[in-house]
Design a protein around this ligand. Structure first.
Ligand code: SF4
Length: 303
């Protein structure tokens, strides 16, 4: 089957199974193109909370599909490849979180959504890169532990001025954002605006014009109608997502591209098989799911 035939078959199966396809902005271009809805973690979590279709095919990494399943316990949530994990989520194990809770007894624990369900079940509130500042500002305490991304935590700590204790985790893709490649791109495109994701290290964020989640990058482009070129410092899938929405602008990835191997595990043939065979269903212990849901819902309630 060629790509067009696969896309037609996916469309047919989607109707037959009454399914909806959600895809993260870091997915392969052809996967983004067959999705009913694309977005960042926050947008996908909000969308997942409002879905009416009985089957959700989640094109993203496992913790995202897990979040959709937690918010939709009566629906079938499928992920086309069970091996699409997130190394950042692996930084905060249940054992370590429990140990930290014994040390930081009177602290509010805030976890980035890039965590496993069992970790979400232990903490007080979740956040995404799109709402982390609002979530931290909503907390009526100066005793906060932020996990697992140290770069996002450092950025939010600087923005809010709150003395947060940071976990030592990082995204393996954003941590390697290459300072020299960005400077070269800036020299080559002197009129371009640099947009960087807050999972990047501080020295990269310090040379960015806009620090934003992938969802906020769309807003940043809209806010700058006079700018024609943008240097995009995040996972390379975002260049496709932005180019689709703004075909009259140019989006440039720094020469040393950032590519998440886990996001790219979801391919069209796997999406097709997922719909055809109902694979692979995300199942979570109901007790853990119920506890994890509290910290996700608390986050979604912050507008
Ligand atoms: S880009 Fe980073 S945070 Fe996102 S899924 Fe890949 S490893 Fe995890």
């Amino acid at each position: 089957m060629n790509i067009d035939e696969m896309k037609t078959e996916i469309g047919r199966l989607k109707k037959e199974k009454n399914a909806i396809i959600l895809a993260h902005n870091y997915q392969l271009p052809e996967v983004q193109d067959i999705a009913d809805f694309t977005g960042d973690s926050l947008e996908l979590a909000r969308k997942a909370a409002s879905i009416t279709e009985p089957v959700i095919v989640f094109c993203g990494v496992y913790f995202m599909a897990e979040t959709a399943a937690i918010l939709n316990p009566d629906k079938k949530v499928l992920i086309p490849d069970m091996q699409a994990g997130c190394p950042l989520a692996d930084f905060a194990t249940l054992k370590q979180v429990r140990e930290w809770k014994k040390v930081y007894l009177d602290h509010v624990f805030v976890a980035y959504v890039n965590t496993h369900a069992e970790t979400k079940a232990e903490i007080d509130i979740c956040c995404t890169s799109g709402n982390a500042e609002k979530v931290i500002n909503s907390i009526d305490s100066d005793k906060i532990v932020f996990l697992p991304d140290k770069n996002l935590g450092d950025y939010i700590r600087r923005k809010t001025g709150k003395p947060m204790v940071l976990w030592e985790g990082f995204c393996v893709v954003h941590e390697k954002a290459d300072f020299d490649s960005i400077m070269e791109a800036k020299a080559m495109y002197p009129e371009a605006l640099v947009m960087a994701h807050p999972e990047c290290p501080r020295r990269v964020l310090d040379i960015a014009d806009e620090v934003c989640s992938t969802g906020q990058m769309f807003g940043a482009v809209e806010r700058h109608p006079e700018v024609r070129q943008f240097i995009v410092v995040t996972e390379c899938g975002m260049v496709h997502a932005l180019s689709k929405r703004f075909p009259d602008r140019e989006f440039i990835a720094p020469e040393k591209q950032m590519r998440c191997a886990n996001m790219k595990k979801i391919t069209l043939p796997k999406v097709l098989d997922s719909l055809k065979y109902g694979q692979f269903e995300v199942k979570i212990d109901p007790v853990i799911a119920e506890k994890a849901k509290r910290s996700i819902v608390k986050m979604l309630e912050i507008k």
